[in-house]
Design a protein around this ligand. Structure first.
Ligand code: ADP
Length: 363
């Protein structure tokens, strides 16, 4: 059978384990030899115990766990050709020529580069006697398929990334908890949520929790936002509301591109309205905890589809990323999505927010 390896790379997110599990079991079901690579690209470069064969039972009892049980890492070695040479050698020694990458756009870019370089890496490994001519012949083409694990839902080409739904659950649980104390004391709470370039978590959490105001990166507020904010908060209090909730995404800015922090917002509310105001920064709580049912099923569907995509890959096929389209796991061209995601980041840097939102599409 074919040699397949699955690994998680970059930031962790809930639901990655479900994706790993589905890849492994679909691979075994189809008669492949399936491996885990621990600690992302670092494990691929270091080899040894980091690359281990998986069996049916080794992915039991992981679907409900947060994070990634096979570990993730950032890896500077893999950014250098020498690191990628070592990685290629380690894979070839085990007959692995199919990779499933679960990560963000950086991890997917690295995988694509690795695939493009594969034959030149093999040439160099052969000429330095690190692999045999027979090994080179048997492992001539590298196939890759990606899945996006990210709580931010910041990747173009998919309706949802693995982990976003669970992060939303963490956020609204926290807001619900805060609301009861805010109500008792007639307080205003400012919640800082993750999202450096993408306000998805902030917007959806605000809708789900009746927040009064949000600050996000891709729809920056006018520079006179303090007046608009205070008018809105006062209006709610006048209507009998006992508390206010304001959500600030990490990457929130105003129309001139100036960052807006939870502290900035607090200062405005305290100075202008003299409201009793507190800040809660959710931080890594958002990445933690058990994955939601949605993320478990999303990981399962995507993982199974990823393995199927590898089975059908040919020398000339374009590498794909498995994405969610409505409620279907579908294959879309990997680098097209990565390029589009990078174009969104560029549009944001250029303060062309309309273009950024348009490029990002449905999610
Ligand atoms: P994410 O995948 O979440 O976007 P990073 O951008 O940190 O996270 O990428 C994760 C890892 O992928 C990096 O630590 C590095 O090992 C690898 N990687 C990222 N970009 C490249 C690249 N251009 N070339 C080679 N490897 C890369």
């Amino acid at each position: 059978g074919k040699g397949i390896a699955v690994f998680t790379s970059g930031g962790d997110s809930q639901g990655m384990n479900a994706a790993v599990r589905a890849c492994v079991r679909m691979g075994i079901y189809l008669g492949c030899k399936v491996y885990f690579i621990r600690e992302g690209y670092q494990g691929m470069v270091d080899g040894g115990d980091n690359i281990v064969e998986a069996n049916w039972a080794s992915v039991s009892s992981i679907i409900h766990r947060g994070g990634t049980v096979i570990g993730s890492a950032r890896c500077t070695d893999f950014r250098q050709r020498e690191g990628r040479l070592k990685a290629a050698q380690n894979l070839i020694k085990k007959g692995i020529t199919n990779l499933v990458i679960i990560g963000g756009d950086g991890s997917l870019t690295g995988a694509n580069l690795f695939r493009q370089e594969w034959s030149s890496l093999l040439d160099e490994l052969l000429s330095t006697s690190r692999i045999t001519a027979d090994e080179k012949k048997k492992n001539g083409v590298l196939h890759i398929v990606g899945m996006v694990g990210s709580i931010d839902n910041d990747f173009c080409g998919t309706d949802m990334t693995i982990g976003t739904d669970s992060a939303l659950h963490r956020i609204i649980e926290a807001i619900d908890a805060i609301v009861s104390t805010a109500y008792s004391h007639q307080r205003t709470f400012i919640m800082e949520v993750m999202g450096r370039h993408c306000g998805y978590l902030a917007i959806v959490a605000a809708l789900a929790s009746e927040a009064d105001y949000i600050f996000i990166p891709e729809d920056p507020v006018e520079v006179n936002w303090p007046d608009a904010l205070c008018d809105k908060l006062q209006q709610e209090r006048n209507a009998g509301q006992r508390l206010n909730i304001i959500i600030v995404a990490e990457g929130a800015i105003d129309r001139e591109g100036k960052p807006i922090t939870a502290e900035d917002v607090k200062k405005v509310v305290v100075d202008k309205l003299q409201q009793d105001t507190r800040i809660t920064v959710l931080g890594h709580v958002q990445r933690g905890g058990n994955p939601s049912a949605f993320d478990r099923v999303l990981g399962c569907r995507m993982g199974a589809e990823a393995t199927l995509a590898l089975m059908e890959a040919t020398e000339t096929s374009v590498p794909c990323v498995v994405s969610l389209d409505g409620n279907q796991a579908v294959r879309v061209p990997l680098m097209e999505c990565v390029e589009k995601t990078k174009a969104v980041a560029q549009a944001m840097a250029d303060k062309n927010w309309e273009l950024a939102v348009k490029l990002r599409g449905r999610s």
